[in-house]
Design a protein around this ligand. Structure first.
Ligand code: MG
Length: 262
């Protein structure tokens, strides 16, 4: 005999023993296997020896060696920031730098250090920035602020780990000058329709020295020094580091890697 199909069986059960029994048939499964998922199997990667070290599927943007992954934002020429002792130091006179590669969504790790004995105050004390997407020359894009915010008062949506002029960090997790700081970032890029209209805003999660400081923060647009944020369509973009013109001593970077999530 041909097996009856389940829908027909349920109908028969309703007719014979009433709706309660029929309901029992469609109740939550009791077999644990019913909720198991076996495919697709996540790709196996090798994590770094420490959490700060790049995993096997990361693109290393700077490992203390050369600056071959980077170019000058202004003209795409080679970068001559000084590399010494496994770190690169901002050259304020030459300007912002950015990755040669373009990215959309990603996980990023970056370490930075404000030099010991830094001077200045407010925004003029170790100012730099991590631009999650460089959407044009200069400071165009989406900036996570880098600044000496260890005992240094400024507007809170401009202190270290803020989304510049948009969102203050949840806490101030700053280490003192002379110590290395880390940012671990998850960036979900904004999505634009073919006509340039915003389909989905950008979101960012940031850990500063392992501490959650931006929790899936929604961006209102690109970050501006003057004026309200607004979006400008882009598909993918370089990651940019800021050479800020404040007169304080230049900061340094090391151990930068990224894992594209597209
Ligand atoms: Mg800045």
């Amino acid at each position: 005999m041909k097996p009856l199909n389940p829908a027909l069986l349920a109908l028969l059960a309703t007719a014979i023993v009433g709706p309660a029994a029929a309901h029992a048939q469609s109740a939550e499964p009791t077999d644990p296997k019913a909720t198991e998922q076996w495919e697709p199997v996540p790709k196996v990667i090798t994590p770094g020896k420490q959490d700060a070290a790049p995993p096997s599927d990361a693109i290393v943007l700077f490992d203390g060696g050369d600056l071959s992954q980077w170019e000058m934002t202004k003209d795409g020429s080679p970068v001559h920031w000084k590399v010494q002792d496994g770190a690169m130091t901002v050259d304020k006179s030459s300007g912002n730098i950015q990755t040669k590669r373009h990215f959309r969504n990603y996980q990023l790790h970056l370490e930075w250090q404000v030099p010991k004995g830094i001077t200045g105050e407010g925004q003029a004390r170790g100012n730099s920035g991590l631009f999650l997407a460089s959407t044009g020359p200069g400071d165009a894009g989406y900036e996570v602020q880098i600044l000496d915010s260890f005992n240094n008062k400024t507007y809170v949506n401009g202190q270290a780990a803020s989304i510049y002029k948009q969102a203050a960090p949840l806490v101030n997790a700053m280490r003192p000058p002379g110590e290395w700081q880390s940012y671990d970032v998850v960036w979900t890029a904004p999505v634009f329709a073919a006509d340039g209209a915003l389909k989905s805003p950008g979101y960012v999660t940031v850990f500063h020295n392992g501490v959650l400081v931006q929790n899936h923060t929604q961006l209102a647009g690109e970050t501006f020094y003057i004026g309200k944020p607004k979006y400008k369509p882009y598909a993918d973009a370089p990651i940019k580091l800021q050479a800020h013109g404040d007169p304080s001593a230049a900061i340094s970077f090391r151990n930068i890697w990224v894992r594209p999530l597209d």
